[in-house]
Design a binder for this molecule. Structure first.
Ligand code: ARG
Length: 608
């Protein structure tokens, strides 16, 4: 984490006394924490309540008309007193000092409003100085988190569930990084199993080396669909017996893979490597780069043996017709019975997840490991988490499942199944059409295809991240590509408009942090800076709820407030000093929107 300790310095320059640091506050990084510390100190003097109780009682109200921070008096746990009376008394006597504009009581709440001087001379300047680092907090310093996300299955479609896992996981990785964690991005591919036998047999019959190297993902899927059709047909025409020669061959091929046959492994490896190569490019379009492409194939047989042996030693395993199972009901009624080994000795998705987690801990010694997996696998995930707990791994408590709901109706416009790539191609084309409608603007854009791609990607991502993770949503081409309402294209538009204000301003942009920001006196300006001051807190909230929508909602609020500023706070045609002060405000806003968009995984555009 870059050390930019200017916040303290700025406060010193203004001649403000710096309040004492409360544990859990980051006043060098977060301008609102300075205010929290000030309130804590002063309220302690007035009320005699312990600072360690006051500090965590400070809340952010939903809307700014209720203040920048509030204290619900009941949270101070004072016995026998009327909270509303106390709120009134303390609000009246509260020393506003340099930090507060106004202190009011409202029922049992005290509402605190940040001083204008602090907003314009500390918050705004801090944002300009800190720039792309604004929002960073050292919450996870020295700690390591593994984020496992996306995890598609080779040769099967990259479906909407994988898309959501990719988007949410990419965002969480960025968020943890911004908040000081050492992040390890892991893709756990579905790269082992009978489907590879099916694919190998299919490749012999329908495959093309050329197509495999140019378009591996689509080609392998094409082969997979054809060969599965053969299998179904053979089974149908075999009548009662439901057998298929092709299926038997596939099984035999997978057996060879399991036995380590070099030819079988070589072909499998080729499929895997070519697919990964292609994935790397697709993920790059979403600004995602993995530290490791692992997968089911990588979990070693030894660690699976060891895991099952330890479970047996703890007398947790029972056998049923040669298969090995664990009964989790005594520990948690909802978890039921879990199959960990089939009667023929084959290991399962479950056994790999158990052993895989152990391997990862041994190798990386994580402080936290996040699995971004669809809620359809809630039971599976809860089961293997529970099993790891039963194995007494102390780190089992540090596993987190970040789940999410379904995307309904995600298909191309023609209605066929999709890979991520296809969706991105198609959005790009649609976006380009929308852009071409405005001929004059279109002519000014340097690389319209690239811009259309970036806006298209934002459309897909913002649609996905706007609601609570757990909710299902309907994939809607028209809504997501619209420039109206809270959509990806609108967010890009808001960013590019701010960029154009900066481009067109006829004043020097070199030293905006030296601007005379005392000239910002309009309500709209204060409203905007108050919102900007919340950004580090918004990040801190998002790392607790793991909700991308926390950031998305905040960014749209910002875009709405800034658009109300345009009518009042002109830059063009103003005297230089005033124009510079207003420009400082717009540039700071642009920085925060830019930071937020990048955090989400988007690439903000300068023109569109
Ligand atoms: N490949 C799996 C699927 O497509 C998702 C893997 C999720 N991660 C895990 N550790 N089980 O369903």
């Amino acid at each position: 984490m870059t050390e930019v300790q200017n916040l303290t310095k700025l406060i010193g320059q203004l001649g403000f006394d710096e309040p004492t640091h409360q544990p859990g506050s980051y006043p060098e990084f977060n301008p609102v924490d300075v205010i929290r510390n000030y309130i804590t100190e002063e309220l302690h003097k007035l009320s005699n309540v312990d600072k360690s109780i006051i500090f965590p009682a400070l809340d952010c109200p939903n809307t700014l008309d209720k203040g920048d921070l509030i204290v619900p008096i009941p949270r101070l746990r004072i016995k026998g007193a009327n909270p509303a009376n106390l709120a009134k008394e303390w609000a009246e006597n509260f020393p506003k000092g340099n930090y507060l504009e106004k202190v009011e009581s409202q029922g049992p709440f005290i509402q605190f409003f940040i001083s204008k001087n602090y907003l314009t001379n500390v918050v705004l300047k801090d944002i300009l100085i800190r720039n792309e680092h604004y929002g960073e907090l050292p919450l996870g310093e020295g700690k390591k988190v593994i984020v496992e996300f996306s995890s598609p299955n080779i040769a099967k479609p990259f479906h909407a569930g994988h898309l959501r896992s990719t988007i949410i996981g990419g965002f969480l990785s960025n968020l943890y990084e911004k908040l000081g964690w050492n992040v390890f991005r892991l893709n756990y591919l579905g790269d082992w199993g009978k489907q590879f036998g099916v694919l190998a047999v299919g490749f012999e019959r329908y495959g093309s080396q050329e197509k495999l190297s140019t378009d591996p993902i689509n080609h392998l899927f094409e082969v997979y669909v054809k060969i599965n059709k053969d299998i179904t047909e053979e089974k149908e025409s075999s009548g009662e017996s439901q057998t298929s020669k092709t299926d038997d061959d596939a099984r035999a091929f997978f057996r060879r893979m399991e036995d380590g046959d070099p030819d079988a492994i070589a072909l499998w490896k080729k499929f895997r490597e070519l697919s990964i190569e292609k994935y790397i490019d697709t993920y790059a379009r979403l600004n995602i780069k993995y530290d490791l492409y692992g997968g089911e194939s990588v979990v070693s047989k030894d660690s699976m043996d060891t895991a099952i042996e330890s479970l047996e030693a703890k007398k947790l395993v029972f056998e049923d017709k040669g298969a090995k199972l664990i009964d989790l009901k005594p520990f948690n009624k909802k978890l039921g019975k879990v199959l960990v080994e089939k009667s023929d000795g084959t290991r399962l998705y479950m056994s790999r997840d158990i052993a895989g987690a152990v391997e990862r801990y041994e190798k990386y010694k994580f402080d936290k490991m996040i699995y971004v997996i669809a809620s359809q696998q809630d039971l599976h995930t809860a089961q293997f988490f529970e099993i790891l707990k039963l194995l007494d791994y102390p780190w089992a408590k540090d596993l987190v499942h970040v789940n999410f709901g379904l995307v309904q109706g995600m298909s191309t416009r023609k209605g066929t199944v999709v890979f991520l790539d296809t969706i991105l191609e198609e959005t790009q084309k649609e976006m380009l059409k929308v852009m071409q409608k405005n001929e004059a603007k279109y002519a000014q854009i340097e690389d319209p295809e690239k811009i259309a791609d970036l806006i298209g990607i934002s459309a897909v991502m913002i649609q996905d991240m706007s609601g609570k993770r757990i909710n299902n949503y309907h994939f809607s081409w028209d809504r997501m590509l619209s420039f109206e309402g809270d959509t990806g294209p609108y967010l890009q538009y808001a960013h590019s408009r701010l960029s154009s204000v900066a481009r067109n301003a006829k004043v020097s942009k070199d030293n905006l942090q030296e601007a005379n920001t005392d000239l910002l006196v309009e309500d709209q300006a204060f409203h905007l800076i108050r919102l900007l001051s919340q950004y580090p807190d918004v990040l801190a909230r998002a790392i607790k709820n793991h909700e991308p929508s926390t950031i998305v909602t905040y960014l749209f609020k910002l875009t709405h407030v800034v658009s109300s500023c345009y009518d009042v706070l002109w830059v063009a045609g103003q005297a230089e000093e005033l124009a510079t002060a207003r420009l400082a405000l717009y540039v700071a806003t642009r920085n925060v929107i830019n930071n937020g968009m990048r955090l989400l995984g988007l690439t903000p555009v300068e023109r569109m």
